[in-house]
Design a protein around this ligand. Structure first.
Ligand SMILES: NC(=O)c1ccc[n+]([C@@H]2O[C@H](COP(=O)([O-])OP(=O)(O)OC[C@H]3O[C@@H](n4cnc5c(N)ncnc54)[C@H](OP(=O)(O)O)[C@@H]3O)[C@@H](O)[C@H]2O)c1
Length: 289
């Protein structure tokens, strides 16, 4: 497994030579985070991006907010697109693939961020050796602190994977993995921000219980997670070693840790990742096989 060197990102001008039109199909919560990240990274000019949603008012909203062409017309959006980013709900993907099948250019590259949907399903539904890269991003892509895993489909070239890495590394870290790991990654880093918000909220409530103002408590809590996470990534140390640095013998931290162990925090988090990954596998299980 390799992590991205963001310095490897090509000049936006090179990217634009390769991608003259990008279609983003399904511009909902995740799609908007990606749209915002892509436009913010200036990889591609706004006039070269077309997005779609299900409801016309939402299309109007996105057009007004970002200045992109936005509609409910998937066929029009993919026509002439070199790159098609699919950010639909898993259950919506198959129907939309049928809809766009004929309009999709023969050299178009598809990047799908839909959980559970395999590259095999997309290749099969389109009925030809289409180049597909599967991506599993997370919402911090919105502020370029995302974590995205990428996996190549059968016909995707190394250059297609590089293209996907360029897009997502402009929004945070990327890793290239074997596709068999994608459900586990969905349960960990794609669902993970939700678990972390619960932890931030709970730590902040601890502060509130002790009389700290809520706003201050939330800031202390969130920055503590950010700082501790950054230290793991920056030093490359095992988290247990960094934990030991905080835990003075007979000090306060060991008492806090004992409470967490008694409450089963570790096993609860492990089970959360496993359950979410199992669910990710089930979402379109009958369509994948
Ligand atoms: N949310 C996350 O943190 C996250 C992280 C990683 C991956 N993902 C993946 O991203 C995908 C989308 O998730 P989400 O949370 O962003 O869901 P969402 O907010 O419901 O977004 C789905 C979008 O698809 C649009 N849509 C529905 N049917 C359509 C159609 N026929 N043609 C064009 N657009 C259509 C919807 O339009 P309207 O807005 O008009 O209803 C909506 O904007 C899922 O597969 C999920 O697994 C999400």
């Amino acid at each position: 497994m390799k992590t991205t060197d963001t310095k490897a990102v090509r000049n936006p001008r090179d990217f634009q030579t390769r991608v003259k039109k990008l279609a983003l199909i399904g511009c909902g919560k995740m799609g908007e985070a990606l749209l915002s990240g892509i436009l913010g990274s200036q990889l591609i000019p706004v006039e070269n991006v077309e997005v779609t949603v299900a409801e016309p008012p939402q299309a109007d909203f996105l057009a007004g907010k970002y200045g992109v062409r936005a509609s409910t017309n998937n066929i029009q959006a993919v026509r002439g697109a070199d790159l098609v980013l699919i950010v639909l709900k898993p259950q919506q993907v198959k129907g939309v693939l049928h809809e766009i099948k004929k309009a999709l250019g023969k050299d178009a590259v598809i990047i799908s961020a839909a959980a559970s949907v395999t590259t095999g399903l997309i290749e099969r539904e389109l009925g030809r050796p289409v180049r597909v890269v599967r991506a599993m991003p997370n919402t911090p892509c919105l502020i370029r602190q995302g974590m995205t895993a990428l996996a190549a489909g059968t016909h995707a070239t190394p250059d297609d994977v590089s293209l996907a890495r360029e897009i997502f590394s402009a929004m945070g870290r990327t890793v290239v993995v074997e596709e068999k790991h994608m459900d586990a990654i969905t349960g960990l880093s794609a669902s993970g921000p939700a678990y972390v918000y619960l932890i931030i909220e709970s730590l902040a409530e601890g502060g509130v219980k002790l009389g700290l103002p809520r706003e201050l408590s939330t800031e202390l809590s969130a920055q503590t997670l950010l700082g501790a996470s950054s230290l793991v990534l920056h030093t490359g140390e095992h988290p247990a070693k960094l934990k030991d640095m905080v835990t003075t013998p007979a000090g306060c931290t060991i008492d806090g840790l004992m409470e967490l162990e008694e409450g089963g925090l570790r096993v609860t988090l492990i089970k959360a990742v496993v359950r979410a990954a199992q669910r990710a596998k089930q979402l379109v299980e009958n369509q994948n096989s």
